[in-house]
Design a binder for this molecule. Structure first.
Ligand SMILES: Cc1ncc(COP(=O)(O)O)c(C=O)c1O
Length: 496
């Protein structure tokens, strides 16, 4: 970094610390970053997609490798010594996860899943929906929660969405209560919402769990975006179901998530099939099976038995840092990022940035979704912005983040807009949709997301802010056209 740049960074850091003095108490993370995460600065990477996935520490890998090197582990579906060794590690990890969330094994069953989506699908397919049941979803749900509606509909349940207020993107509590009051407790009803939005960073109130349960609902709390930087204690809130992905919490391993199920709710679920590892007994001639009465009933086939022990290593890693310290650091960095982005102005005084959702750190996490505008207030292509950021080593995310509901509200898209898009039939994808919305009143159909996490530092935010400030007085023409497109959350490069 040039001497001048360094001076500017230091000067801005002084201003930052004056406004967020609590950050200074989190210097242990800076030490960790220079050792366990040294690759970030060695490669001059600015990683700002923690909501997409967290980053692993080198020590996590080393501990995992040492464990694998030191033992002989076989398929856990047996009683031989190598199988037993694998089972012991899995069961130890299961206990650690329960204990991490403050859940007693008397109250909760922990199912290992491939990711949060895997847990959500398990609940969707096994929840006892009937024609008298209701499924209530927050507008602000990830598609893996939205997808549960297909199971509910197939069983004739009534589906409703709890709307959000604009521009705060918080749940409309009046309308939510009206929906909650409609449940008939004689039937099985399910309310599913995220503890934290993966779009706006909004923290939706955890006391909704109790409130909904009191009104005859079972509650699914999607904690995938919340758990990585917040304490979730199941002694305080006791949802019927909780879903997480471990790579979002500590980067490694990928391919393992958890579904926690309250023991009292567990017998209500009914699996639509059985498979390897899920049954106590199955017969071909008798054409019958007896499903296991514990978590095994939901763990299809062979578990990811070599990766699961790395979950315990990851939990120990964030426990050593301290989840409250991570929360505090994320709050300081988010506050600064919000303040500075919102203060950016073009030469004519017009704002350069629009942030969706809360503009203070009150009840919000470290996920910021935004768009950039030219001096005349025209949207700059978020895909081009992501592309230009990439050229500077800044990893941002763009698109709709698999959370279409909150995007529709944030960007002012109407039911008519959505009907027009769906009229495109199989031609509709993010690219054709964005073009259509552009033609329907220059609306944006996507945004840029910057998210901070356990090892983010001030310099990351500083470099992002420098990058965004470079768009001052820039137009679409000046920044050039994007060379890739996004279709169904996949990147398509020109010519591919
Ligand atoms: C709030 C939320 N729920 C669910 C998911 C799905 O997680 P996964 O893709 O790991 O299954 C995500 C992923 O971004 C998320 O942010």
């Amino acid at each position: 970094m040039a001497a001048n740049e360094n001076k500017n960074l230091e000067g801005d850091y002084e201003r930052f610390i004056a406004r967020y003095p609590e950050y200074a108490k989190t210097t242990a993370v800076d030490h960790l970053r220079s050792t366990d995460y040294r690759r970030l600065d060695e490669q001059e990477q600015v990683y700002l997609d923690f909501t997409g996935g967290s980053l692993y520490a080198e020590s996590q890998l080393e501990q995992h490798l040492a464990l694998l090197r030191s033992g002989v582990f076989g398929n856990p579906h047996s009683t031989n010594p190598t199988s037993t060794a694998a089972t012991e590690l899995i069961e130890h990890t299961r206990k650690s996860v329960l204990s991490y969330f403050g859940a007693s094994a008397d109250d909760y069953i922990l199912v290992f899943t491939p990711n949060a989506s895997g847990g959500l699908k398990l609940i969707g397919e096994s929840f006892p929906f009937t024609s008298g049941s209701r499924l209530l979803l927050a507008f602000d749900n990830h598609n893996s929660v939205n997808g549960m509606r297909e199971f509910a509909r197939a069983k004739g349940a009534t589906l409703a969405y709890a709307p959000l207020l604009a521009p705060s993107l918080r749940l409309d509590m009046g309308l939510l209560d009206a929906h909650l009051n409609q449940a008939d407790p004689a039937f099985e009803n399910l309310f599913a919402y995220p503890a934290q939005s993966n779009f706006s960073g909004v923290k939706h109130p955890l006391d909704l769990v109790d409130r909904a349960q009191d009104k005859g609902w079972r509650v699914l709390l999607d904690a995938a975006a919340y758990a990585p930087t917040n304490r979730l204690s199941l002694t305080v809130v006791r949802p019927d179901f909780i879903t997480v992905s471990f790579y979002k919490m500590f980067g490694y391993p990928t391919g393992v998530g958890a579904l926690l199920i309250r023991r009292s709710t567990f017998p209500k679920l009914s699996r639509p099939w059985f498979g390897g590892g899920t049954v106590d007994f199955a017969s071909v001639q008798g054409q019958a099976h007896v499903l296991s009465r514990n978590e095994a009933a939901f763990e299809d086939g062979t578990l990811n038995y070599l990766s699961i022990p790395a979950v315990e290593i990851g939990l120990r890693h964030i426990q050593a840092i301290g989840i409250d310290l991570i929360s505090e650091r994320v709050r300081c960095l988010t506050g600064w990022m919000l303040d500075e982005l919102l203060a950016l102005r073009h030469g004519n005084g017009h704002p350069m940035v629009r942030v969706y959702g809360p503009t203070t750190t009150e009840a919000r996490g470290g996920t910021l979704t935004l768009n950039l505008y030219d001096p005349q207030g025209h949207l700059l292509d978020y895909r081009r912005v992501e592309e230009l950021a990439g050229k500077k080593g800044i990893s941002l995310r763009s698109g709709c983040f698999c959370n279409p509901g909150v995007g529709e509200i944030a960007e002012g898209l109407t039911e008519d807009d959505m009907r027009a898009a769906l009229a495109l039939g199989s031609e509709v994808n993010l690219r054709t949709f964005a073009r259509l919305m552009e033609n329907r009143g220059h609306k944006s159909a996507g945004a840029i997301r910057a998210s901070v996490g356990l090892v983010s530092n001030f310099a990351d935010i500083w470099r992002l802010l420098q990058f965004v400030a470079d768009f001052r007085d820039q137009t679409s023409l000046a920044i050039g056209a994007v060379t890739f497109d996004i279709e169904s959350c996949r990147i398509i490069r020109d010519g591919s």
